[in-house]
Design a binder for this molecule. Structure first.
Ligand SMILES: Nc1nc2c(c(=O)[nH]1)N[C@H]1C(S)=C(S)[C@@H](COP(=O)(O)OP(=O)(O)OC[C@H]3O[C@@H](n4cnc5c(N)ncnc54)[C@H](O)[C@@H]3O)O[C@H]1N2
Ligand code: MOO
Length: 419
């Protein structure tokens, strides 16, 4: 078996570009409106008819023609009604008012032909079948079109109401319903599976010497969601080559392996090194995977992998060291998932470094920082196996290999949980 070969020691920016361009955007998905909250709209929403689609009353009251007093005419009695039973909102539209006539109308009722406006309930009095203004009304009430919501006031038929690309909120879902849509086209969140390795890793309680508490299981699904993916299944493999190969391969033997094999991306944790307990690289070779990124010129996170498995899934290999893995998530998993959703690659922001950094043998340094007085101050506790620095950080500096001086503008990554 020839060894899987990919670009070694890839420049940090190039690694992000490679990850972003690795996959084709996934096809859209059509879902019911009720499921659309928080989804990304794939196509603009157009008004399928004018909004509102008929001229309606904005008040409970009377539609009137001409000047007061008005003779009340009723809507069609039920037996003559075109729909066979009273439907007061629609029925008011069946009336054609002659000058000096009025008819009762509900808020939202169809404004009858020849109505000049609506006299609201509080401003009219009825004696017998005659309606007149009361003391609360103005002398000219209702003015022309008063309390009438004209058709098309909010949107013309065919006009764009919501642009593509928004993350749908409740108001936009309500607007889509008003536009006449039952379903919406949304970007499909890439389906992600997690495979964790490390026989020394325990999931609960306090570890003994030689054990570590799992830092990935409790947060990677949420982290993936913040990057636009959806974790379907998470599992573990023993530090054993055959076990790792079986877990990565597309062979579906139970419901977990089936879900894993039918996803878009498999994220593995640990085992990216070359010790006898590290099997990810060997497994990729055995499986005939195409390595896209074989190590990134960054610290921490140098051994990070990106590969395409023979069945088309992508594999992101995160190093086991907790901070290194988080940096690999931001560098590779974020851009890969954005590319699969058809979203643009987020360019780094620029911040002013409060400190100077010396050069580092051809590698970018990813440094969690805190903003103090508008400058990026490197966090303490930011070695590859530590988390306190990132947990308290405002962002991550990407110090170039040649280093920088205090006061230099330096690229930086925003943290998705602070966006
Ligand atoms: N001889 C060398 N040793 C190492 C090198 C090297 O170049 N030569 N690189 C170091 C760097 S840098 C990294 S990063 C790691 C990469 O390690 P692996 O991806 O193979 O990960 P493991 O060996 O499985 O674990 C490393 C470290 O992380 C801990 N770990 C693993 N999983 C978890 C977890 N779920 N939660 C918390 N901590 C975890 C594990 O116990 C180890 O301490 O290799 C270095 N060594
Ligand atoms: O490069 Mo390792 O990924 O520093 O911890």
């Amino acid at each position: 078996m020839s060894e899987a070969v990919g670009a070694h020691d890839v420049d940090w920016r190039e690694a992000r570009r490679l990850a972003h361009g690795a996959g084709m955007p996934l096809p859209f998905q059509t879902i019911p409106l009720a499921d659309a909250l928080g989804q990304t709209l794939a196509e603009p929403v157009h008004a399928l008819q004018a909004i509102p689609h008929y001229a309606s009353s904005a008040m409970d009251g009377w539609a009137v023609n001409g000047d007061a007093p008005w003779t009340l005419v009723s809507h069609a009695p039920p037996e003559e009604h075109p729909r066979g039973r009273p439907a007061p909102h629609a029925d008011s539209g069946e009336v054609s008012l002659a000058p000096g006539e009025a008819t009762f109308i509900l808020t939202g009722g169809v404004v009858p032909q020849n109505a000049r406006g609506i006299l609201r309930t509080e401003h009219g009095s009825i004696r017998g079948d005659v309606l007149d203004r009361n003391d609360a009304a103005r002398a000219d009430e209702p003015s022309q079109h008063e309390h009438v919501r004209p058709a098309g006031e909010e949107a013309e038929e065919g006009s764009e109401a919501i642009p593509a690309g928004v993350v749908l909120n409740p108001a936009q879902i309500a607007l889509a319903a008003v536009c006449g849509h039952d379903t919406l086209a949304v970007l499909r969140a890439p389906r992600v599976s997690l495979l964790m390795t490390g026989d020394e890793v325990i999931e609960h309680g306090l570890p003994h010497a030689g054990q570590v508490r799992d830092t990935f299981g409790p947060q990677l699904p949420g982290f993936v969601a913040m990057l636009g993916g959806h974790v379907d299944v998470a599992g573990r493999a023993k530090d054993d080559l055959d076990d790792v190969i079986a877990a990565i391969s597309a062979e579906a033997t139970d419901e977990f392996s089936l879900a894993r094999a039918s996803g878009d991306v498999l994220i593995t944790t640990g085992g990216t090194g070359s010790s006898s307990a590290d099997h990810i690289r060997r497994a990729l070779t055995e499986l005939g995977a195409e390595l896209i990124i074989d190590g990134i010129a960054m610290r921490p996170g140098h051994p990070t992998l990106l590969a395409r498995l023979p069945d088309g899934r992508f594999l992101v290999g995160l190093p086991g060291n907790p901070l290194a893995a988080m940096m690999a998530m931001l560098t590779v998993a974020g851009p890969l998932l954005a590319g699969l959703r058809g979203s643009p690659l987020q360019e780094p922001v620029t911040v002013t470094s409060a400190d100077a950094f010396g050069p580092l043998r051809g590698r970018s340094r990813l440094v969690p920082y805190r903003l103090e007085g508008g400058r990026a101050v490197p966090s303490t506790h930011q070695r590859s196996g530590m988390l306190r620095g990132l947990a308290a950080a405002d962002g991550v500096l990407v110090v170039p290999a040649e280093g920088c001086s205090a006061g230099d503008a330096v690229p930086a990554l925003s943290l998705p949980w602070l966006a």
